[in-house]
Design a protein around this ligand. Structure first.
Ligand SMILES: [Zn+2]
Length: 192
């Protein structure tokens, strides 16, 4: 998101989110290609690494991403594996709520309500088909036994990272809250 887009977003909010104080503008120079040599100036907005709030935003990002990865694995797993993954998500949601209460006032109530919705969506994903799913698509092959969508594999293309294997359709409900929690009036992780 460029700085103009961020400013537009802030202008149209009823109250400026607390994270606005934590953002700095950075000028970046982009090297143009050989056909049009030269440099292009671009303004971007990023978190001020010296600001005291930044470490909490990074912590929130780690918790959110861990839940999202469990959600992705759940969406292609048999029910027994989904239940195991759900138990791993429970303490992460707890930590998100504590983090919001301790460090994200005055947006804490809004964030906690989103975290509750996120947890409900992940619990629903674990319980799909009344907990009777036996098919295992963690190899990235085939079709989802719940919704019939072809399983998606996104190549990581980076050494040390594994491919993302997911049912995109079954993941839509929880991804909505993953995205909403990234907004400036929530955990503001979109600026990382
Ligand atoms: Zn599905």
């Amino acid at each position: 998101m460029g700085s103009r887009a961020v400013e537009f977003y802030f202008l149209h909010q009823s109250k400026p989110p607390i994270v606005a104080k934590n953002l700095i503008k950075v000028i970046k120079w982009i090297d143009l290609c050989e056909i049009h040599p030269g440099k292009l100036k671009q303004e971007i907005v990023m978190l001020d690494l010296d600001h005291h709030q930044t470490e909490h935003i990074f912590r929130a990002s780690g918790l959110k991403d861990a839940v999202m990865k469990y959600g992705q694995e759940m969406s292609v797993s048999p029910s027994s594996v989904r239940f195991d993954l759900l138990t791993k998500c429970t303490p992460l949601f707890e930590r998100m709520r504590s983090l919001a209460a301790d460090h994200f006032a005055p947006d804490a109530d809004h964030i906690i309500s989103l975290v509750n919705d996120y947890e409900r969506a992940i619990t629903d994903l674990a319980n799909l088909s009344s907990g009777q799913i036996t098919e295992d698509h963690r190899d990235g092959e085939g079709y989802c036994p719940v919704c019939g969508t072809r399983i998606t594999r996104v190549s990581a293309r980076v050494a040390g990272f594994s491919d993302i294997i997911v049912c995109r359709t079954c993941s839509e409900p929880y991804m909505e809250f993953q995205i909403m929690l990234a907004a400036p009036e929530a955990f503001a992780t979109m600026f990382i």
